[in-house]
Ligand binder design. Structure first.
Ligand SMILES: NC(=O)c1ccc[n+]([C@@H]2O[C@H](COP(=O)([O-])OP(=O)(O)OC[C@H]3O[C@@H](n4cnc5c(N)ncnc54)[C@H](O)[C@@H]3O)[C@@H](O)[C@H]2O)c1
Ligand SMILES: O=c1ccn([C@@H]2O[C@H](COP(=O)(O)OP(=O)(O)O[C@H]3O[C@H](CO)[C@H](O)[C@H](O)[C@H]3O)[C@@H](O)[C@H]2O)c(=O)[nH]1
Length: 329
């Protein structure tokens, strides 16, 4: 297929672009490099630098038709979304509505959208299934939920073939695609940067959550397993239908367990400090991926936390001075 990958210079988008190319697809990446890196875009992809909201019409309307779009481009930091919600409503909802219109006008019929566990908010029970209430606890999750609703109505009214993948916490690395953001807020890369001495310590946000050690629980999914799910979703998408799938490894780890895994894998001492809870964070998020396993035939292969951390560590070590964090203290 000939595919538009928005956000293909970012962490997840660049890993998926690699896997799509490996399977023989043609990939055009549109990315404004606001949080992504030019050198993360695979050489075999065509790269167009700029804002999806401005470029989607022109790119999709070009002489060669696209078979589909994988839409990764987004603002995606929970904490930032609480203090700058306007950036999230504009950058996520308005941008995606523009993309959906460009797809409709150009007859581009297939969409795989990066939704999130953050659409559910604080779950009533665990693991989280797709039929549970969606009550986001932060603007980031609210914007992704609004987009999911918009996609459903485009599928119903305009025959869009759409799949939303609700990722839980993505981690690990694949062939040069890993987490290297200018402003890093995600737990595993921050802990590993502390292990490398690029940061003085890791702050644990809250030790009074209702969990086994008082720190928040998340479900970490390997970026390569996630990429495989995108390929399956592309093949599965049917006109007039919008299917939603949770994607996680199905096991929850506390922040302290993640730090312990990082210490094991790196054999380094990781200085830890306690800090207040982060605004907008739910206590526990653990996925049921049963629907993706049943309907997409998804088989996650890299669910072991130490393996996930080891891949992230190998990426960071190989990155060396090219890491944005190398100069940060
Ligand atoms: N990383 C996770 O744990 C996680 C979990 C759930 C969902 N997601 C979703 O997955 C997607 C990818 O996340 P990521 O972690 O790779 O983030 P990222 O910040 O590494 O990548 C996002 C990419 O999109 C680009 N971008 C943003 N807005 C753009 C715009 N308007 N036009 C063009 N390019 C734009 C950025 O430059 C960046 O390269 C996001 O939609 C995010 O909400 C991520
Ligand atoms: O320095 C830090 C960073 C994070 N945490 C904690 O570690 C856990 C994981 O935090 P991340 O920032 O790594 O990830 P989030 O769970 O906040 O969010 C991630 O997963 C969500 C879905 O679960 C979203 O989709 C979002 O895009 C993605 O960033 C949270 O409890 C957070 O409070 C710390 O204690 N210290």
């Amino acid at each position: 297929m000939r595919l538009l990958v928005t956000g293909g210079a970012g962490y997840v988008g660049s890993a998926c672009a690699r896997v799509l190319l490996e399977r023989g697809h043609e990939v055009v990446v549109v990315d404004d490099l606001s949080t992504g890196n030019r050198d993360a875009v695979p050489d075999a992809a065509t790269f167009v630098q700029g804002d999806v909201a401005e470029l989607a019409g022109d790119v999709l309307g070009g002489s060669d038709r696209f078979d589909g779009v994988l839409h990764f481009a987004a603002q995606s930091l929970v904490g930032e979304s609480v203090v700058k919600p306007e950036k999230y409503w504009q950058g996520n909802v308005v941008t995606t509505l523009t993309l959906l219109e460009a797809m409709r006008r150009t007859g581009t019929g297939r969409l795989v959208f990066s939704s999130t566990a953050a659409t559910y908010g604080e779950p009533e029970r665990l693991p989280i299934t797709e039929d549970m209430p969606t009550r986001p606890t932060n603007p980031y999750g609210a914007t992704k939920l609004a987009i999911d609703h918009a996609i459903t109505s485009y599928a119903n009214a305009h025959d869009l073939a759409a799949v939303s993948l609700r990722y839980f916490n993505v981690a690990g690395a694949y062939h040069g695609a890993g987490e290297n953001r200018l402003v890093e807020t995600h737990l595993i890369p921050l802990v590993l940067q502390a292990a490398l001495g690029q940061r003085p310590n890791i702050a644990v946000f809250g030790d009074d959550w209702p969990t086994k050690d008082g720190t928040a629980v998340r479900d970490y999914i390997h970026v390569l397993d996630l990429a495989e799910a995108h390929l399956l979703a592309l093949a599965h998408a049917r006109p007039g239908s919008h299917d939603i799938y949770n994607l996680g490894s199905g096991e929850g780890f506390t922040v302290r367990e993640v730090i312990a895994a990082c210490a094991r894998v790196t054999s380094r001492t990781i200085p830890v400090v306690d800090a207040p809870r982060r605004a907008g964070d739910p206590a526990v998020l653990v996925a049921s991926s049963a629907r993706a396993i049943d309907e997409l035939g998804w088989r996650p292969q890299h669910t072991d936390l130490d393996e996930i951390v080891a891949d992230a560590w190998a990426y960071l070590v190989e990155l060396g001075d090219r890491s944005h964090a190398a100069g940060v203290h």
